[in-house]
Structures are given as structure tokens and as C-alpha cells.
Design a protein around this ligand. Structure first.
Ligand code: SF4
Length: 194
């Protein structure tokens, strides 16, 4: 099997911008993985996936895509009894998948673009990634990219990428100040997405 260096989990294209730029700048051979069953509804899941595909062409990196989409897990509160909150479930299932995938595909280490966001629970992401690292026997590459969040968002704007206004799950959409505007951007209205 080909030996590969780093697999970067990407939650979306705008958040992947700076980490990819930084890793490429450090000459770290990086491939990217889109695994985000927490992004709802399906139209939004596909829209963020397409934007990452566009970025992979612009920045010339290999990108892997998973079609795993799980709005029902969120609606059925699947975290209850297993995780302290839905966000902890959300981080853990993603870090578990990326660590397992990286190990299986012969990468030396893994990381995540979630580390660039000042809006995420940074410590919980680290804890989830470290747990996944132990479970699957592959090192977690940590970098605090948060000071460069705005820089990454500006790069995404310059690239003409869609920049979403909610974290991803159905609950975060409901909580967004831009909820009505977001729903209006879904074709055929909200009900067609459920
Ligand atoms: S708010 Fe964000 S991190 Fe939390 S469960 Fe929803 S998508 Fe995941």
C-alpha cells in the first residue's frame, strides 16, 4: 500500500481553506476527507460537498468523500445515553471515522479543519480526536488554526465559495439568526428537504 502522510478531515470548504494552505506551505503531503453526517438537510450536505470538490480543484489536493448522511440520528436524539451532548456525539463519530479511514488507507496521521473555528468546542474536538487516535492506533496532528479563521474565510470569499451561516445539524439551523434566509435558499422549500 502507498505510504501517505496526513489525512485532513474537512467539515466544509471555507474551514478547510486555511489548514490546507498551512499544511501545503509546510510541505506536508495532505489529502482531505469529507465525512459529515451532521450536515442537514440533504441539499445542504450536497452543497457543502460540492464546494469542497471545487476547492480541491482550485488548491490541487486529493479529496475523499463519504455519502453518509444521518439527519434521523439527530432527530431521534441518538446521543442520549451515549454522549453528554449532541455536539460530543458529532465530534466523536467524525473523529472515529477519519482515524479509522486514515489507518486503513495507510496515512501516518490525521487532523481536522474543525480546529480552525472559534465557534466550535475546541477542547472537545481535541479530546474526541485523541480518543479516536488511541482507538485506531494512529497519531492525531494538532494545530490551533483559530487565529487564522478570518484569513481562511477571506480566502473562501476570494475563491467564490459558499459560506454557510449555521454549524450543520438541523438544531443549529433552527438556532441560526439567518434561519429564514437559509430555508429560502433550499429548492422547493423546507418541507421537500425533510
Ligand atoms: S451544532 Fe454543530 S457540532 Fe453541534 S451537533 Fe450540530 S453540527 Fe454538530
Amino acid at each position: 500500500m502507498k505510504e501517505r502522510d496526513l489525512l485532513l478531515h474537512a467539515c466544509c470548504a471555507p474551514c478547510a481553506e486555511y489548514p490546507v494552505f498551512d499544511l501545503q506551505g509546510q510541505k506536508i503531503d495532505t489529502e482531505v476527507l469529507y465525512f459529515n453526517p451532521n450536515i442537514h438537510p440533504k441539499f445542504e450536505f450536497d452543497r457543502r460537498r460540492e464546494q469542497l470538490e471545487k476547492l480541491s480543484e482550485l488548491d490541487d489536493f486529493v479529496c475523499h468523500f463519504s455519502d453518509d448522511f444521518r439527519m434521523d440520528d439527530w432527530l431521534e436524539h441518538k446521543w442520549e445515553g451515549q454522549f453528554a451532548s449532541r455536539c460530543l456525539m458529532c465530534y466523536q463519530i467524525r473523529m472515529d471515522y477519519v482515524a479509522a479511514f486514515a489507518k486503513e488507507q495507510g496515512f501516518q496521521r490525521f487532523s481536522t479543519s474543525l480546529l480552525v473555528s472559534p465557534y466550535q468546542n475546541h477542547d472537545a474536538i481535541i479530546a474526541s480526536a485523541e480518543l479516536a487516535s488511541q482507538k485506531y492506533g494512529i497519531p492525531f496532528f494538532y494545530s490551533d488554526w483559530r487565529p487564522h479563521f478570518r484569513e481562511g474565510q477571506n480566502m473562501a470569499r476570494e475563491h467564490g465559495l459558499y459560506r454557510q451561516k449555521y454549524c450543520g445539524c438541523i438544531f443549529s439551523l433552527d438556532d441560526s439568526d439567518f434561519k429564514e434566509k437559509i430555508i429560502a435558499s433550499f429548492p422547493d422549500g423546507w418541507e421537500a428537504q425533510r
